[in-house]
Write a protein of this length. Structure first.
Length: 287
């Protein structure tokens, strides 16, 4: 609500960044956030809808692969289409909001060419005459990263690129501005990949922890001969899933060699996994 407050004209970057951080921190964040944002983008208050679109674009830059997967689903794209369609809110949505929504969807067809549903949704809008022509996305329109930026951002840690970017942004030449925009896009992509890796690690460790806990409970009951047929099937399913999680942990460990704390978490999760798999084999063999 604070990030999309219609009574404030300027963007509240502190709240926008906190929203992004919350999306990344919460395991349900990437699936919940688009629903909340769609509701705000459909607001009859122009400023609230415009702020929500800024939050959406910032999430696309900062919230990684799981968020991208959610916005590329028809369920979310349909919510954006409603703002443009005269059958829904298109008759009373302001031209400014409709223009921004069109720009956002079109920019995603450029940024995420592999997402067929986004392309299909945009083509449908053109086919129905709701979008008459592709919006212009000028190369020299700078897309700055949100401020304040998260700690250890690529914009802070790569000193050489940061200095080059600062120099290009001060220039009055359109070629330099275009180069700055390309550099920002490549740095944001790098940041997204970094964020996606962290998200993968957190989600995998969380899944290992939940599975191990559940398996421990079932194995204790199994030892006491108190396991129903459906529980035995659940135990076998958990065992198979845990077996598949091991190579995933090894892959994560190889990606995380430069972060001692994260590596320790992965190794700890692997120990728990090895222990519970060994326990499963012992208990099943004894029965």
């Amino acid at each position: 609500d604070k990030a999309t407050d219609p009574s404030i004209r300027e963007e509240n970057w502190e709240c926008i960044q906190r929203f992004c951080d919350q999306v990344n921190a919460d395991i349900e964040g990437p699936s919940l956030a688009p629903r909340l944002l769609a509701h705000k983008i459909q607001s009859p208050q122009e400023m609230e809808a415009l702020h929500a679109l800024t939050v959406l674009e910032t999430c696309v830059n900062n919230c990684g692969e799981r968020f991208h997967n959610e916005i590329a689903k028809f369920r979310f794209l349909n919510e954006l289409i409603k703002v443009l369609s005269p059958k829904y809110y298109g008759t009373w949505s302001s031209e400014k909001v409709k223009s921004r929504v069109t720009e956002v969807i079109f920019s995603w067809t450029v940024w995420f060419p592999q997402e067929v549903k986004i392309r299909d949704a945009y083509q449908m809008l053109k086919k129905q005459g709701i979008v008459k022509e592709d919006p212009k996305l000028p190369e020299d329109k700078i897309l700055p990263p949100p401020s304040p930026r998260p700690q250890n951002s690529i914009f802070d840690t790569d000193e050489e690129k940061s200095k080059l970017l600062a120099r290009l942004l001060k220039s009055n030449h359109s070629e330099d501005l275009q180069a700055a925009n390309r550099l920002i896009k490549s740095m944001i992509k790098e940041e997204q990949e970094k964020s996606a890796k962290v998200s993968r690690r957190v989600n995998t460790i969380s899944e290992v922890s939940e599975n191990v806990k559940h398996m421990d409970e079932l194995l204790e009951n199994y030892k006491r001969q108190e396991l129903s047929k459906s529980d035995q099937e659940s135990l076998q399913t958990l065992f198979q899933r845990c077996e598949k999680l091991r190579p995933l942990l090894f892959r994560l460990a190889s990606e995380t060699v430069d972060d001692d704390e994260a590596l320790a978490e992965i190794l700890q999760a692997n120990d728990k996994l090895t222990q519970v798999l060994g326990q499963y084999r012992q208990v099943v063999a004894s029965h």
